[in-house]
Design a binder for this molecule. Sequence first.
Ligand code: NAD
Ligand code: MG
Length: 381
Amino acid sequence: MRSVAVLGATGSIGTQALEIVGAHPGLRACALAAGSDHAGLVAAARAHGVERIALVDPQAAAAARAAFPGEVLEGPDGVERLVAEGGADVVLNAIVGSAGLRATLAALAAGADLALANKESLVAGGELVMEAVRRSGRAMLPVDSEHSALAQCLAGAPEGAVTGLVITASGGPFRGRTAGSLADATVADALAHPTWSMGAKITIDSATLMNKGLEVIEAHHLFGVAYEDIDVVVHPQSIVHGMVRYRDGALLAHVGHPDMRVPISWALTFPERAATPVPTLGLTAPLRLEFEPPDLATFRCLALARAAGREGGTAPSVLNAANEAAVASFLDGEIGFLDIAALVERALDEVAAEPLASLEQLEEADARARAVVRDAVRTAA
Ligand code: NAD
Ligand code: MG
């Protein structure tokens, strides 16, 4: 029996992960955490027989205590304690944002395998996280669909045989649009993703293509591949999830329906490949797969992310934090769609990158980037 702690248990990935855990006799949920959705978290804990939960928001934790007989931890420290003391075999981190970085490090320090959906922790703290993976000797199993695909296509690769990675992008709801036509794009327009159903933040990141930028940085750290050898290609059908180039001319691809339960199950049951409700792709009906280069002039976030990744140090942390703040402002109706890229660029200009020294330094860079965005939004209002 493999015990699983699910962080971000009330979200899009978290609820799909609990579905996988509930359906597999070899998996058992042992601890659950969320931000503020106490009713959702308590219901999930009851459904899965979990006795320890954590909520970041203290008021939500108080409400949960009134309704739940088990232990309720609170605050970011409570989430870390849940991970450190939970004794899980595998921690699935599906928290949204760099708020998940401490939980990622806590999971590895606790000697658990890490199933990582929270890409922001690798973007912000890639060197620290990968160093913690090496020290722990435990497995880092990517949940992001592209990285799950890449990890599978990389399995067993001989030293020196891989020449590059290809990450696919759906292109989001604004594929084919020009920057001029996006100035007054609404929140509803940006949330209308053509192929994937996901949380709000990553859905906006998919519309700006920042999500692909974050994924390039994520792939660089996970697989140790140079930025110039990681390509992004727009593939509107979201059927090919990732591809690996080999020196003999082979291009290995991972192909399937766009359904996150597949990579979640892969990570939680590795190396077993347990059955899921998702069928393999039927090939009796005509299937057309298209690939095109991304439009970097319109979707500037992708170019900004690549540049921050290459710069390294605290730059990716600044990029990520500025993006989180800008996306939150966009979702709140405070700024326009194109302001997201402009604000990220401004934060990268104003917060000078430094070589990476510590977690505290990363958190300070993160806070400074958020302050730049907050001040710019306030001044413009
Ligand atoms: P979501 O918004 O649906 O859910 C986020 C979860 O995190 C919720 O349970 C929320 O309560 C919790 N949370 C928020 N702030 C928190 C904090 N400070 N501490 C602890 N918990 C907190 O988001 P999602 O779409 O499930 O995405 C989660 C992560 O997975 C993100 O990093 C995202 O980029 C990544 N991801 C998601 C998908 C997808 O299909 N949804 C695909 C690939 C990667
Ligand atoms: Mg992805």
